[in-house]
Write a protein that binds this ligand. Structure first.
Ligand SMILES: *[C@@H]1O[C@H](CO)[C@@H](O)[C@H](O)[C@H]1NC(C)=O
Ligand SMILES: *[C@@H]1O[C@H](CO)[C@@H](O)[C@H](O)[C@H]1NC(C)=O
Ligand SMILES: *[C@@H]1O[C@H](CO)[C@@H](O)[C@H](O)[C@H]1NC(C)=O
Ligand SMILES: *[C@@H]1O[C@H](CO)[C@@H](O)[C@H](O)[C@H]1NC(C)=O
Ligand SMILES: *[C@@H]1O[C@H](CO)[C@@H](O)[C@H](O)[C@H]1NC(C)=O
Ligand SMILES: *[C@@H]1O[C@H](CO)[C@@H](O)[C@H](O)[C@H]1NC(C)=O
Ligand SMILES: *[C@@H]1O[C@H](CO)[C@@H](O)[C@H](O)[C@H]1NC(C)=O
Ligand SMILES: *[C@@H]1O[C@H](CO)[C@@H](O)[C@H](O)[C@H]1NC(C)=O
Ligand SMILES: [Cu+2]
Length: 613
């Protein structure tokens, strides 16, 4: 035996004895989630939602990094459900990822299911329903994982003042999640029924909510007419005489034309009033993020986790009169950027530090920049307890663009991880998958790679994790071996094609590069040899949700992402817009299929029943 193995053996023994003698392992935090169906009217329009312990959004899961988390779920509702923990890696516990037919059986009415996982990552995450299109049905909540105390923090890249850095550490410890949703009066099933009856995707919402609070704002025809984007105007021009509706929506006939037109005419008589048009303003409670007003300017820091819990809306966010220091993206730290605005899409998380310079209440605005609707909403940042709104000219306009040339947006492509990970990303991948995203003839059917995978195709089947399909050859399954580097290239060949928020379950990905025009190469390596400026192998952004580029004017677009297949399990890769996922835009990934852990007996067994509630 050489000296190295001996050293490793001694070290292992030392650690084992140490952990026996000095601690009992990481703590376990336990939650009970009783899921019911109830009626809920956050903006004065009542509809059914899922409630968790009578709340929607549900309770925040707040733990320390390395804690074990147990969530005992009881389905006291009349529908099948499941809960996904967005962005959490589930290494060693892939049966707790929450996707029916992939990692577990759906939790049927009167059944219980216990999710158990270790919070190995840090920062901002969230949980949400994952059965059919239920993500729009209120079963969501924030997850905060406090980083290990001694891990390096990027705050001295924000200030050299020790007092300020200490204040930032304190603010981070007290970080306030702000879960942002696009609220519609339609339940996901009502929306799907209406979509099929009217043969159209429904891109209209009633309000934007902040931790479940908000109100309907009607902007009026003058404002809408003046403020619409050139893309909105161009789309309106496809149907002569059309204007934005009073809800700020493109009218149905224009939506039908959005992606190159469809042979299937919309049935407008199937669309009830209030969906595309019919705006009635309501008053609702405003969510308030509280900041102390310390006498010491260097101590006035507040941290907010901005969580993109919306379905379809992509929004620009800004805080009146305040800069935001973006210090984390999808959980882990990034090299901080000082900005006045950032773009948040479905599934994204950005953690920001804000230095509050005066007492008062300041609008935290979200303005949609998705094409289908002009919609806005706001929460308040209250400094020193004040609720007097300080009117300031916003940094962003109504369609989510910079209101003036000096306004700086967060630049995701330069958001390098902090610290830079020591492991280098190779230039060549072991496997490359070129995925041809399409709209499948009508606005509500989509595919990730030419072939649709509908929830009905897999959600009620035996979970793939229990029964791998290593030879699947069906255009919708990707299979990898442990340790391989995998490239996924998402190509929008048809134009116009909208951007899609794409989410991979399992582990994080590196966003290597993107470009316009067809992806003409067999691999990223070949493309990078020819066009090195399009790729970043050194410190690319690290994400669990990313946006595929929109394509227009006959010019295709693509994005290349790379991940390391080191988290064995069965995962879903899908568009995070629930109705796109329900419309077929998903694929299955069997990662590191050679190293799948044995599924514990209690997860293999049918879900147990609740006998009374
Ligand atoms: C901290 O101090 C160094 C050296 O004076 C300076 O170069 C750097 O810009 C400062 N950083 C910040 C965040 O103020
Ligand atoms: C359009 O929808 C209405 C209401 O649902 C229905 O009665 C009618 O048959 C539909 N027309 C077509 C052509 O599908
Ligand atoms: C982001 O930074 C890159 C690299 O510096 C630059 O090419 C790009 O234009 C920037 N994007 C935005 C939106 O500012
Ligand atoms: C609920 O899930 C079970 C098992 O996956 C399935 O058999 C059943 O059809 C589902 N029910 C509904 C209403 O989708
Ligand atoms: C895979 O996609 C190709 C191209 O669209 C299609 O011809 C083929 O039928 C698909 N295969 C399966 C199994 O769906
Ligand atoms: C994607 O679809 C194409 C057909 O269009 C097929 O050749 C290819 O194998 C598919 N990719 C995967 C990973 O199934
Ligand atoms: C991936 O490719 C590299 C370079 O060709 C090779 O050294 C490595 O063994 C491959 N990894 C796996 C898991 O196949
Ligand atoms: C959940 O429901 C069970 C059964 O009714 C009840 O015993 C328990 O107290 C409830 N827990 C919570 C957190 O509401
Ligand atoms: Cu999509």
């Amino acid at each position: 035996m050489g000296y190295q193995p001996v050293l490793i053996l001694l070290l292992t023994l030392y650690r084992a004895i140490g952990s026996l003698a000095f601690d009992n392992g990481p703590p376990t935090k336990e939650y009970d989630f009783n899921v019911t169906l109830g009626s809920h009217a956050p903006v004065g329009i009542s509809r059914e939602v899922f409630l968790i312990n009578n709340l929607s959004p549900g309770p925040t899961i707040e733990v320390d990094q390395d804690d074990w988390v147990i969530i005992r779920t009881q389905n006291q509702s009349p529908h099948n459900i499941s809960i996904h923990f967005h962005g959490l890696e589930m290494s060693d516990t892939p049966w707790s990822d929450g996707v029916p037919g992939i990692s577990q059986r759906a939790i049927q009415p009167r059944e219980r299911f216990t999710y158990k996982f270790q919070a190995k990552q840090q920062g901002s995450y969230w949980y949400h329903a994952h059965y059919r299109a239920q993500i729009e049905d209120g079963l969501t909540g924030a997850i905060v994982i406090h980083p290990r105390q001694n891990d390096p923090k990027p705050f001295n890249l924000i200030s050299n003042d020790t007092k300020a850095v200490n204040a930032m550490i304190k603010a981070e410890r007290e970080v306030q999640p702000l879960l942002i949703t696009d609220w519609t009066r339609l339940t996901s099933t009502a929306k799907q029924d209406l979509t099929h009856a009217a043969r159209i995707e429904i891109p209209c919402y009633d309000a934007l909510l902040f931790n479940g609070k908000g109100n309907v704002e009607c902007l009026g025809p003058d404002v809408l007419g003046k403020q619409m984007s050139t893309i909105q105007r161009t789309n309106l021009d496809t149907v002569p005489g059309s204007v934005l509706t009073d809800k700020g929506c493109l009218p149905p006939k224009v939506v039908t034309n959005l992606f190159g037109g469809s042979n299937v005419p919309v049935n407008e008589s199937a669309i009830p009033d209030g969906i595309f048009s019919g705006c009635n303003p309501t008053k609702g409670a405003k969510e308030v993020i509280k900041a102390r007003n310390s006498p010491w300017p260097e101590e006035r820091w507040v941290a907010i986790d901005l969580i993109g819990a919306m379905n379809l809306v992509r929004g620009a966010i800004s805080i009146d009169g305040h800069d935001m220091w973006v210090y984390a993206m999808d959980g882990p730290y990034v090299q901080p950027q000082k900005v006045q605005a950032l773009v948040l899409g479905s599934g994204d998380r950005f953690s920001v530090l804000v230095n509050t310079n005066q007492p008062g209440a300041f609008k935290i605005r979200v303005h949609a920049l998705s094409v289908g609707q002009i919609i806005t909403g706001h929460a308040l940042l209250s400094v020193g307890g004040s609720l007097d709104v300080v009117e300031a000219s916003p940094y962003i306009n109504l369609v989510g663009a910079a209101a003036s040339p000096g306004v700086k947006f967060f630049n995701e492509t330069t958001a390098a991880p902090f610290p830079i990970p020591p492991k280098r990303i190779p230039r060549a991948a072991n496997q490359t998958f070129i995925l041809n995203m399409i709209e499948d003839d009508v606005t509500y059917l989509w595919a990730m790679n030419t072939t649709r995978l509908m929830p009905e195709d897999f959600e009620d089947e035996t979970p793939i994790l229990f029964n791998p399909h290593p030879e699947a050859n069906n255009n919708v399954t990707i299979t990898t071996r442990f340790g391989e580097w995998i490239d996924l290239i998402f190509v929008a060949n048809e134009t116009p094609f909208p951007p899609h928020p794409i989410h991979k379950h399992g582990n994080k990905i590196h966003q290597l590069g993107s470009g316009t025009g067809p992806f003409r190469w067999p691999s990223v390596e070949a493309a990078a040899n020819e066009r090195p400026q399009l790729f970043n192998f050194n410190n690319p952004p690290r994400r669990d949700t990313w946006t595929s580029p929109g394509a227009r004017d006959g010019v295709p677009a693509w994005i290349a992402i790379r991940y390391h297949a080191i988290v064995p399990g069965a995962w879903l890769l899908h568009c995070h817009i629930a109705n796109h996922m329900a419309g077929g835009m998903s694929m299955i990934i069997q990662d590191a299929v050679d190293k799948w852990p044995k599924v514990p007996a209690e997860y293999l067994a049918p879900n147990s029943h609740i006998y009374k509630f």
